[in-house]
Write a protein that binds this ligand. Structure first.
Ligand code: SAM
Length: 233
């Protein structure tokens, strides 16, 4: 169960109404019942129900069952598309172990706003369902050109460009151990200006995800798989 509260030996964790409903109404736990908790920072803790009520309750942390497992330093930058597909991208990125998920506004991105809180909740659910101890942070919508101007830390960029469609690239370039980001474009792809700018950046590596033009949500999953295969995490 995901909670926002800090977790530690003997720590009491108050429950929201929804959490109480889930634990006591749906899971039928009572006082003394056990539940595994994580908050994305303190690892996984085994806790016991101390108080159970209709509108709330409290758990007590007993012992840590797993330490925090940080994912590799991989960001997914993607241009938001239709709502359900954007939700899918965030969910899959969290499952695949992205450390940060950043919606970017490119020249051909239609969305002008996103519901960051909704997307963050999807990331929490995905981490919960795949037994992760870490929850990736979902950023606010940011313009791609601004992001590239403020680029820092030697992070390498896997620029997935549909114009390169052909044999899937082997991701071999980039300094060993460097952090990475994957960039996926919107339905309309990248603009000529964006391609020129990206081609001139020494940290950007243009890659193909295979001979077919994939939908952005499929491309995000394919790119993360290709990255994992090359980087081994
Ligand atoms: N509308 C564009 C077109 O028809 O040329 C296609 C854009 S595609 C639906 C969305 C994004 O997925 C692209 O901007 C790119 O980042 C990624 N993508 C899809 N297929 C790809 C491929 N074969 N190689 C590299 N990137 C790909």
């Amino acid at each position: 169960l995901y909670v926002e509260h800090p977790l530690g030996q003997g720590q009491s964790v108050p429950l929201t109404r929804e959490q109480a409903h889930y634990l006591f109404g749906v899971m039928r736990l009572g006082v003394g019942g056990g539940v595994a908790l994580f908050n994305g920072r303190d690892g996984e803790w085994q806790a016991e129900v101390a108080e159970a009520g209709k509108r709330g309750g409290a758990l007590i942390c007993r012992h840590q069952s797993r330490p925090l497992q940080m994912p590799p330093d991989l960001w997914l930058l993607f241009a938001p598309i239709k709502k359900a597909r954007t939700d899918f991208i965030v969910e899959k990125a969290a499952e695949m172990g992205a450390a940060r998920i950043v919606p970017v506004q490119t020249d051909f991105t239609n969305a002008e706003r996103i519901r960051q809180d909704r997307l963050q909740a999807h990331a929490v659910e995905a981490a919960e369902q795949c037994g992760g101890t870490y929850v990736p942070e979902v950023g606010d919508l940011i313009r791609l050109d601004r992001m590239l101007t403020d680029w820092q830390g030697g992070r390498q960029l896997m620029f997935c460009d549909e114009a390169e469609a052909g044999r899937a690239s082997a991701l071999t370039s980039g300094p060993a151990g460097a952090p990475w980001a994957i960039l996926i474009g919107p339905e309309g792809g990248f603009s000529p200006d964006e391609r020129v700018r990206l081609a001139g950046l020494d940290f950007a590596h243009t890659v193909s995800l295979g001979p077919r033009i994939l939908r952005a949500d499929t491309a995000a999953v394919a790119a993360m798989t290709l990255w994992q295969q090359a980087m081994g995490d």
